[in-house]
Write a protein that binds this ligand. Structure first.
Ligand code: CUA
Length: 160
C-alpha cells in the first residue's frame, strides 16, 4: 500500500514526459514545414493577400518584348482571372499563376502545360503558340463542386 503513490508518481511523470515530447516534436515539425514548404518552391504569398500583392494586384496580359508576353492569372473557386488571353500567332507567353483559395490546376490539353496551383505559390510556365486557334485551359485538380466548369482559353490570332 505504501508503494502505490510512488508508482503513481512514476507513471504520472512518464505520462507528462511523453506528452511534452509529443508537443515539442509537433512544434518543431510545424515550424520547419512552415519555413520549407513540401514542394520546395520559394516564392509564396499569403493566400488572402494574393489580390493585393504584385504582380497579382494587376492580373492580365502584359507585353514584355517583341511578341513576348507575361500572363498573370489568379485561380479561384471556380475560375481564372482573367479567363481569356488573346495573343498573336507565334507569341511566347510566360504564365505566372497562383491560387487565392484551394489547390487548382492549369492544363492546356495537347500541350506540356500542366501546373499545380497551390494557394499563395507562384507557378511559372512558358509556352510559344505557333498555331492559330482557341486553346482551352482547364483545372485538372479536383477543387469542389464547380471543378468541371473551371476553365478559360488562350486565343491565338492569325495575324497577317
Ligand atoms: Cu479548380 Cu478544379
Amino acid at each position: 500500500m505504501l508503494h502505490m503513490p510512488k508508482y503513481e508518481k512514476i507513471w504520472l511523470a512518464v505520462g507528462i514526459g511523453s506528452l511534452a515530447v509529443f508537443l515539442i516534436v509537433t512544434g518543431i515539425m510545424a515550424v520547419s514545414m512552415g519555413l520549407n514548404p513540401p514542394d520546395g518552391m520559394e516564392t509564396t504569398i499569403i493566400p488572402e493577400q494574393v489580390e493585393t500583392t504584385a504582380p497579382f494586384n494587376n492580373p492580365g496580359l502584359q507585353q514584355i518584348g517583341p511578341n513576348e508576353y507575361e500572363a498573370t492569372i489568379i485561380s479561384y473557386i471556380f475560375g481564372y482571372n482573367p479567363n481569356t488571353i488573346t495573343i498573336p500567332k507565334g507569341a511566347t507567353v510566360h504564365f505566372k499563376i497562383t491560387s487565392k483559395d484551394v489547390v487548382h490546376g492549369f492544363h492546356i490539353p495537347g500541350t506540356p502545360a500542366n501546373l499545380m496551383l497551390l494557394p499563395g505559390h507562384i507557378a511559372e510556365y512558358t509556352q510559344t503558340f505557333n498555331e492559330p486557334g482557341e486553346f482551352l485551359f482547364v483545372c485538372h485538380e479536383y477543387c469542389g463542386i464547380g471543378h468541371q466548369v473551371m476553365y478559360g482559353s488562350v486565343i491565338v490570332e492569325d495575324t497577317v
